[in-house]
Design a protein around this ligand. Structure first.
Ligand code: AMP
Length: 215
């Protein structure tokens, strides 16, 4: 049956890592708006240029740009049976657009909860693969060879917006604009909360349970 899973949580909560695993587990494509923007940036598209200033500044990209990009992506055939969203929706307006589009498709919302002090430590060591979006961490999950992705051999780099001064702004954007989305879903589809401040395998087990309606 067609379904949509939404992974929510503050920046650095582990959404990308867990969404990658969960998408394999559920055989649903992993659709990350952050990854889509970074691909646009790397390719120098007009959309990437429009998004750049907001991203570098730790702000949300305007809703119309995000929604158009996301809807283009999920219109592709691989999303016909559903998909797993990572980093979308981040505003109530985005959630409303998605709801209109999904008429009747069941939605599961998984919320990864991590305290602010742990977030800063996680983000400051985070490394991303230029080729496959794999996520590593200097301290918590170091690559076998420094600077090289364990999954595909691509180059690992630190995101520009993972610098400490930008992280504070991203956390503020989360509190002001995205936390209300969690409340919005609590009133509608329900939200399955997972303590994200644990061993990644334990977090993953709970994420899977959420998608099976057992948590
Ligand atoms: P992420 O990789 O999910 O942390 O996203 C990186 C950046 O892309 C965010 O800080 C925003 O600037 C932008 N972005 C990604 N998804 C969205 C969204 N749903 N709404 C607005 N901006 C977004």
């Amino acid at each position: 049956m067609r379904r949509v899973v939404i992974m929510m949580g503050p920046p650095g909560a582990g959404k990308g890592t867990q969404a990658t695993r969960l998408s394999r587990e559920l055989s649903l494509p992993h659709v990350s708006t952050g990854d889509l923007f970074r691909e646009n940036l790397a390719q120098g598209t007009a959309l990437g240029e429009k998004a750049r200033g907001y991203m570098d500044d730790g702000k949300l990209v305007p809703d119309d740009l995000v929604v158009d990009m996301l809807f283009d992506r999920v219109a592709r055939p691989d999303c016909a049976e559903g998909y797993l969203l990572d980093g979308f929706p981040r505003t109530v307006a985005q959630a409303e657009c998605l709801e209109q589009r999904l008429t009747g498709t069941p939605v599961t919302v998984v919320l990864l909860e991590v305290p602010d002090d742990a977030i800063v430590a996680r983000i400051s060591g985070r490394l991303l693969c230029r080729d496959c979006d794999h996520i590593a961490h200097r301290e918590f999950s170091p690559p076998a060879r420094e600077g090289v992705c364990d999954d595909c051999g691509g180059e690992l780099y630190q995101r520009d917006d993972d610098r400490a001064e930008v992280v504070e702004k991203r956390l503020a954007a989360y509190r002001e604009e995205t936390a209300p989305v969690v409340a919005w879903y609590r009133e509608r589809d329900g939200v399955c909360s997972v303590d994200g401040n644990r061993d990644p395998d334990d977090v993953f087990a709970d994420c899977v349970a959420c998608t099976q309606g057992a948590a």
